[in-house]
Design a protein around this ligand. Structure first.
Ligand code: SF4
Ligand code: SF4
Ligand code: SF4
Length: 256
């Protein structure tokens, strides 16, 4: 059964334990200055935003039918049946189509790295595939971030709205947006206040990607893929050369 995260902003206390746990899980730096950054970046996969004592998390929505996956020419991004949208850096050729395609603006690029990768929350796939909850959910002290079966979390979210209608906007964000997402949101204030778009289509975006691409002459995507392929081959050559250089250096040291 597909897993999901339910974030209930009305239970959030802005402790940022989710941010710290995410950084630890993904071997990213985290300190007081990074804690103050209220946006996702290549070194911060989730951010807790605050406004007038109300809070909201931002992270990859790990869409049910992800636009990023549909445009990736080398299958470096992949949706798993368990929920996470995973990324394989060794396949990535750095074309950054995924960044342009994501309706939530999530994937970030390591522009300053010599060996850049696309970075985003991948919903802790090692944990989820091993039957564990995500690091952010495990470390949330109030239950504001909860991990579980997507269908059960949707039912639970519906019940929370039903039991406390005055507390909530009567909408579970992520049930239908862009065909559904593996991150579900509840809030007491309009989602737009924290930058969440509410004008998305209800059908999956890959379908629209296909509809748009099918109207573009064949030579345009082919040209992009060819250029991307050349970039990828060059990039791989450099990586292999660097690795061989390191091995030769190591062998030289061992001979001494
Ligand atoms: S940068 Fe290109 S190759 Fe890499 S994950 Fe994104 S779409 Fe795929
Ligand atoms: S699911 Fe994992 S990678 Fe995503 S925000 Fe939570 S801890 Fe970070
Ligand atoms: S750990 Fe939980 S309560 Fe703390 S900021 Fe994150 S979601 Fe909110």
């Amino acid at each position: 059964m597909s897993k999901a995260l339910l974030y209930d902003a009305t239970l959030c206390i802005d402790c940022k334990q989710c941010e710290a746990a995410c950084a630890d899980q993904n071997k990213l730096p985290y300190d007081d200055n990074i804690a103050k950054e209220e946006r996702q970046s290549e070194h911060k996969f989730t951010a807790v935003l605050s406004k007038n004592d109300k809070y909201m998390r931002r992270l990859c929505m790990n869409c049910q039918e992800p636009a990023c996956v549909s445009v990736c020419p080398v299958a470096a991004l992949r949706k798993t049946s368990e929920g996470p949208v995973i990324y394989e850096a060794n396949r990535c050729m750095g074309c950054r189509y995924c960044m342009a395609a994501c309706p939530f603006g999530v994937p970030k690029y390591e522009w300053s790295s010599l060996n850049p990768k696309v970075r985003k929350c991948t919903m802790c796939p090692d944990r989820v595939l091993a039957g564990r909850q995500t690091a952010c959910a495990e470390n949330c002290p109030t239950g504001a971030t909860k991990f579980g079966d997507r269908d059960e979390l949707i039912n639970e979210a519906r019940k929370r709205i039903q039991d406390n209608p005055a507390n909530y906007i009567h909408h579970i964000y992520g049930v239908e947006e862009v065909g559904g997402t593996s991150v579900l949101l509840l809030s007491g204030v309009p989602f737009e206040e924290f930058g969440y778009r509410t004008d998305f289509p209800r059908d999956p975006l890959p379908l629209r990607t296909y509809q748009v691409l099918s109207k573009i002459p064949d030579f345009i995507p082919l040209g992009f893929v060819t250029l991307g392929g050349i970039w990828w081959i060059t990039h791989r050559r450099e990586a292999v050369a660097a690795a061989e250089g390191r091995q030769a250096h190591q062998a030289g040291k061992e001979l001494k």
